[in-house]
Design a protein around this ligand. Structure first.
Ligand code: MN
Length: 491
């Protein structure tokens, strides 16, 4: 059975504390959502603001395959704004629990039924498709919930949605509730789950098993409080674990859209997050790496390529000689058994100090063991920074490139930005992109050593490098130059 996906990244996802998307961000994300095969896009809530309406209008202009919805309360004012934005459909959200009806609306079940029925009529009269969401449905009296949806179906609602607004279902109760409602309604049933107990995906899958044919989710599971059902986990879960269900999603584009949403919202993805987390296809342990190299199925339930990713072998204290040798071979370096063991031991010594072993660290260790003297093409001779609350941060650098000393300057938003700009505006750095920048303080106080880990990219080559200094600017520039030296080097 085909399961439809309603994406609410641009509505519930945007309600993540601290997240606000520009119109342009929203249009770019909506484009990707349509491209990846989302069936319904909830573009926002038209009543919210002028800016929100402009974003929704921009999205409805694009002629996407996906149906475009706006969130709406059962009020004429809300619905009029939706009509004004030219959406195809509304997600009409009506509270159904006594808690919400009595304490929030100060109303009664009867009045809520009237409100809902009238709103559906008004929408239908204006040519809108209506998905009716029972807000806090999971804490509502089931008999009232049935009456509520039956009324809506009499008023020609197109789809109904059961919302677990505060995430209190578990897979058993979710299955029961969806089975009870789905078995006697004639329209598609959708499911909207929140992740307060970390069960949103499990509850959504149980809802589908119970009869739901649509689910709401957000990219990376962002949303209010602990978030919503995570799109990527749910879609890949259906694809891999339930042969009786399928979706229209192009799974190999999942990683790209996850990165896009993370960048635009500023909400980082936890490293151990399923499917899209940094570590989801990374292997450090020697035993695992050895197995993976022989047959990836030994320690991976799916290939990274399935979701548009690549496998990573991470260097750390659990690395074995086989995984390490594999990495060195990727770099075109051949070592004998004794050298390999020495490199492995040295990597472990560094890792035991609690450090991530970057590519540049491994290069230095390998160079030492093989007694290779790599002459760095770029060296930093001097770095001066002017910064304060009344001046634009400015940096001047003296850099030696292939033996020739060059003086350069740069400005930036902060001193680190200024220093990196002073370095990278030189010709030799063009085509090199900084794709990741992490700062950690190794000890507690303001006198702490700062560990800067960066990733640089040139074409399809990516390297990680580190700088550790008491001074964050020196650490950043050191990491940057070390990474560039490695990118420009012969291995
Ligand atoms: Mn919600």
């Amino acid at each position: 059975m085909n399961i439809k996906v309603l994406d609410t990244t641009l509505r519930d996802g945007e309600q993540t504390p601290g997240v606000s998307l520009t119109s342009l961000d929203k249009v770019i994300i909506a484009n990707q959502l349509d491209e990846i095969g989302i069936d319904f896009i909830e573009a926002g809530s038209a009543i919210t603001s002028e800016g929100e309406r402009n974003a929704i209008k921009e999205i409805t202009k694009q002629n996407f395959n996906a149906e475009i919805l706006s969130f709406s309360r059962p009020l004429t004012a809300d619905i009029d704004y939706c009509i004004d934005c030219d959406v195809d459909a509304v997600n009409l959200v009506v509270p159904t629990s006594d808690l919400h009806i009595n304490d929030k609306l100060k109303s009664s079940r009867e009045k809520v039924l009237d409100l809902s029925n009238n709103a559906i009529d008004y929408c239908k009269d204006h040519g809108l498709t209506v998905e009716l969401s029972g807000e806090d449905a999971s804490r509502s009296d089931v008999d009232f919930l049935k009456t509520f949806y039956d009324n809506a179906i009499d008023h020609k609602v197109d789809r109904i949605c059961i919302c677990d607004t505060v995430g209190i279902l578990n897979p058993d109760s979710s299955f029961d509730l969806f089975s009870k409602i789905s078995c006697d309604v004639s329209v598609p049933v959708s499911c909207h789950c929140h992740n307060d107990f970390g069960l949103a995906v499990a509850n959504t899958l149980a809802a589908i098993k119970g009869g739901a044919s649509e689910f709401h989710s957000t990219i990376n599971g962002i949303g209010e409080r602990a978030g919503n059902t995570s799109f990527e986990e749910c879609v890949v879960g259906i694809d891999r674990l339930y042969s009786e269900f399928s979706t229209n999603i192009k799974i190999n584009k999942i990683y790209n859209i996850s990165k896009l949403v993370s960048r635009s919202t500023g909400v980082h993805i936890q490293p151990n997050k399923a499917i899209v987390g940094d570590n989801a296809f990374s292997h450090e342990s020697g035993i695992h790496s050895d197995g993976i190299i022989k047959n990836s199925a030994t320690y991976e339930p799916m290939t990274p390529e399935l979701v548009g990713r690549k496998r990573k072998f991470v260097l750390g204290k659990h690395i074995g000689t086989k995984g390490l040798n594999n990495k060195l071979k990727e770099w075109g370096i051949n070592v004998n058994e004794k050298q390999l063991k020495q490199i492995c031991d040295d990597v472990k010594v560094l890792a035991d100090k609690g450090k991530t072993v970057s590519d540049v660290d491994l290069q230095v260790i390998t160079d030492n063991v093989l007694q290779i003297n790599h002459e760095d093409r770029i060296k930093l001779n001097d770095l001066t920074i002017v910064s304060g609350n009344k001046v634009m941060p400015t940096a001047s650098v003296k850099i030696v490139i292939d033996g020739e000393e060059i003086l350069n300057a740069g400005v930036g938003l902060g001193p680190v930005d200024a220093a990196i700009n002073a370095v990278k505006s030189l010709d030799i750095f063009k085509d090199i992109n900084l794709i990741e920048y992490h700062v950690d303080s190794i000890t507690g106080g303001t006198d702490a050593f700062i560990d800067v880990l960066i990733k640089l990219q040139k074409g399809d080559k990516v390297v990680s490098a580190r700088g550790t200094e008491a001074d964050i600017i020196n650490a950043s520039v050191k990491a940057y130059i070390a990474g560039v030296n490695r990118l420009l080097g012969d291995f």
